[in-house]
Design a protein around this ligand. Structure first.
Ligand SMILES: [Mg+2]
Length: 404
């Protein structure tokens, strides 16, 4: 079998998605998600101009060899653009291999290790009463665990508290210029324990509650927050410090026993070496889409398993249904699965990407369709072309740029 076509499809059914479609001489096709939120067209160029010509004529069964040749052969290693492009190729090759075998991908990864995949959903509010309503809505939708984010008194626009359109798409991610959010770390550190106190008082001690600090704290600030949240038993504190400095987590770990999750912006296992080998974290958060595909993410999970660290794949709306499908196959197969973030997609997105995975009672299952189980409607995709979009930026009260 040989690859005869490599096509990149860009579509915006509510937000931008980039998809690689590989076609073989036997008529089998494979899909891979290459969406890099806010920098989408850079990956389109990487794939179209530099990778697609290398794929024509290759045997699609050679997944590992193709991954290694794209990673090592470029000379310029790592980085989000490179790794999103390689991820799309890797996922599309696994899709073809599983279709050729007539099996859903999870069977090629060792088969199911569980019956279904537990998820967490996002609840948010501009104030605590609005957040409590949002938690109620997520519970009604069946989510077994919930991430809580709240507005902060005195701040106008805060991460995780977004305006949402009627179709479910986020206003934040479709700005022609970056939206400017504002930030005050002291106000955040004072307010967040009161948010947890209110949610626990309303919903009791058993509901798993997660919280995302979104890379904004110093190690000592993160340790302080962790200590203050300990009485409320969070499921985890996510991305408490900026991702670049792995050693920072040593200081956080010394100060709090709150479980720590990190890694949604990581590209390779090298971003995790200290974190995993020193057991500084409890969950690895990388997505198939941004970590180079199914092949390296499986290896990461196996590395993490040696240290009792669990998987928790990144799953916001900008992971397309193609990337989400690949994630759910991995979730079902790996032994050290922890939890899957799941936000769902707009109804129009679900028409562009018809998928076999299902979401029932807060749990996902990849389905039994051969491959990853996603079909791309290229005509509908073409009817919703790319729109320029940026993620927000974040500024302190005096105008200084801060981590978003
Ligand atoms: Mg996050």
């Amino acid at each position: 079998m040989k690859i005869v076509d490599a096509k990149v499809v860009v579509t915006s059914p509510g937000r931008n998605f980039v998809t690689l479609k590989l076609t073989t001489d036997e008529g089998l096709t494979g899909l891979g998600d290459a969406t890099l939120n806010g920098r989408e067209l850079s990956v389109v160029s990487y794939l179209q101009d530099h990778v697609a010509p290398l794929l024509i004529g290759l045997d699609p069964h050679r997944v590992e060899d193709t991954w290694q040749s794209l990673y090592r052969g470029a000379y310029w290693r790592r980085g989000p653009v490179t790794m999103a492009a390689i991820a799309a190729v890797d996922t599309a090759l696994w899709d073809i291999k599983a279709k050729a075998a007539g099996l859903p991908l999870y069977q090629l990864l060792g088969g199911a290790s569980r019956d279904r995949v537990a998820t967490y959903g996002h609840a948010s509010g501009r104030d605590i009463p609005e957040l409590l309503d949002s938690v109620r809505a997520r519970l009604a939708a069946g989510y077994p665990a919930i991430r809580i984010q709240s507005g902060i008194p005195g701040l106008k626009a805060v991460y995780g508290v977004t305006s949402t359109r009627d179709d479910g798409s986020s206003v934040l991610h479709q700005q022609a210029r970056p939206l400017v959010e504002d930030w005050d770390t002291d106000a955040y550190l004072r307010h967040t324990p009161t948010v947890f106190e209110a949610v626990r008082a309303e919903f009791g001690p058993e509901l798993p509650l997660l919280h995302d600090a979104h890379h904004r704290l110093t190690p000592i600030q993160a340790a302080r927050l962790g200590k203050d949240l300990e009485p409320y038993r969070p499921f985890w504190l996510e991305d408490c410090t900026p991702a670049e400095n792995q050693e920072a987590l040593r200081l956080v770990r010394q100060g709090t026993s709150v479980p720590l999750a990190i890694g949604e912006v990581f590209n390779t296992v090298y971003d995790y070496q200290t974190l995993i080998s020193e057991q500084l974290i409890d969950y690895v958060r990388s997505a198939v889409t941004h970590f180079g595909g199914v092949t390296p993410l499986r290896k990461l999970f196996d590395f993490a398993a040696q240290y009792q660290i669990k998987s928790a794949i990144h799953g916001p709306e900008d992971i397309s249904p193609v990337g989400m499908a690949a994630a759910v196959h991995l979730d079902l197969a790996v032994h050290n699965f922890g939890i899957q973030e799941y936000s769902g997609h707009t109804p129009l997105t679900e028409q562009v990407f018809r998928h076999a995975y299902t979401f029932t009672d807060g749990h996902l299952h990849p389905g039994e369709a051969p491959g990853i189980g996603v079909d791309l409607d290229e005509d509908l995709a073409a009817a919703h072309p790319y729109k320029a979009a940026y993620l927000p930026v974040n500024r302190l009260q005096d105008g200084t740029v801060h981590d978003w």
